[in-house]
Design a binder for this molecule. Structure first.
Ligand code: UD2
Length: 312
């Protein structure tokens, strides 16, 4: 039984992690401002305490860290929309970088003992470099405030880790999909939007020709990776790609979804999104070397996701 903090715990990844951790009888504290996360995502359990707060609230965060003494900290809170970071670079920076550095600073200043701190970074740090697949050692070219903040926070995690002896690790997430992903924004994960369209019989707006490639990874595999990097290994001060390690075109994803749902998706083709990356997929050798083995491919992952969506 551990004491765990999940910032952004009402969001897609954080709430799925909470689902898994309550099975270990962990005591979980969730901090979320509910800007994208949903209350209904949080499992109903006495093991969970939820605070509606923004991670930029320094007084709140400091008091929480000093009073609770967490074993594991998962830093998932953030403004997830790349477009939003382009519109509001300074404000999103406060959340996506500054607040995270402050959390590390409290750990350092007060010598708080932690077993592991994990930060959720993104494949966005690789930018548009054409070399594929993306390796952790590939060129870094963050092209937006979002990507810059993700990369800078990664570096802070690594440096606070090494300089002040705090066990830290960062994950570069590729395209995660599965239950509890909120489809409400145009910048929500494309599979949550496709699910919503298929379920409601709505037309899907496809930006580009559908030949763009992404590395889609099912949420259960991501949770396995997170546990591997925190509770199940002493790996420290390293960055890992978290993906399935397979590139799939958006057209193939749609075909797989139609097959799983037994329904056709109405598609409206629109021009490519400005700044959209054409090809992105990961080399996951580094994570595999720790024992990671994705259980789902795109067909089985979508089939499981559809089962959930259809029953909801
Ligand atoms: C993902 C991350 C983003 C950032 C980026 C870094 C998600 C949700 N977003 O963006 O935060 O880390 O990677 O590279 O994981 N599309 C449509 N119609 C729609 C929505 C999307 O055609 O209604 C297309 C979109 O133009 C893109 C593809 O689907 O080509 C995937 O879009 P996405 O927003 O799910 O993910 P991505 O890779 O752009």
């Amino acid at each position: 039984m551990s004491k765990v903090l999940i910032t952004g715990g009402a969001g897609f990844i954080g709430s799925n992690l909470a689902d898994r951790l309550i099975k270990d009888n962990d005591q979980i504290v969730i901090v979320d401002d509910f800007s994208m996360g949903l209350r209904e995502n949080i499992p109903d359990s006495q093991l969970i305490t939820t605070y509606q707060a923004n991670i930029t609230d320094k007084v709140f965060m400091k008091d929480l860290l000093l009073s609770e003494h967490f074993d594991y900290i998962y830093m998932f809170a953030g403004i997830a929309s790349v477009a939003d970071s382009v519109e509001r670079p300074y404000e999103t920076h406060q959340t996506n970088q500054e607040a995270n550095v402050y959390l590390l600073e409290v750990l350092r200043k007060y010598h708080l003992p932690v077993k592991k701190v994990l930060f959720a970074s993104s494949a966005a740090v690789y930018g548009n470099d054409p070399h594929l697949p993306k390796l952790e050692t590939s060129t870094i070219d963050p092209l937006t405030p979002y990507a810059i903040d993700k990369f800078a926070t990664e570096r802070y995690l690594m440096d606070y880790g090494r300089l002040y002896n705090i066990p830290t690790v960062a994950t570069r997430f590729f395209n995660i999909y599965g239950p509890k992903q909120n489809p409400s924004s145009p910048y929500s994960g494309v599979l949550s939007i496709i699910s919503d369209c298929i379920k409601q019989g709505k037309t899907f707006n496809l930006y580009g020709d559908g030949q763009q490639v992404r590395d889609f990874v099912y949420i259960d595999d991501v949770i396995d990776a997170l546990l591997l990097l925190t509770k199940e290994s002493d790996i420290n001060h390293e960055v890992f790609n978290v993906a399935a390690g397979v590139g799939t075109t958006l057209n193939d994803v749609i075909r797989a979804y139609e097959h799983a749902a037994g329904k056709n998706l109405a598609v409206n083709y629109l021009p490519e999104r400005v700044g959209d990356i054409k090809y992105s997929y990961a080399d996951i050798t580094k994570l595999r070397q720790l024992g990671f083995k994705p259980k789902y491919n795109i067909e089985s992952g979508i089939a499981k996701y559809w089962q959930y969506i259809n029953q909801k």
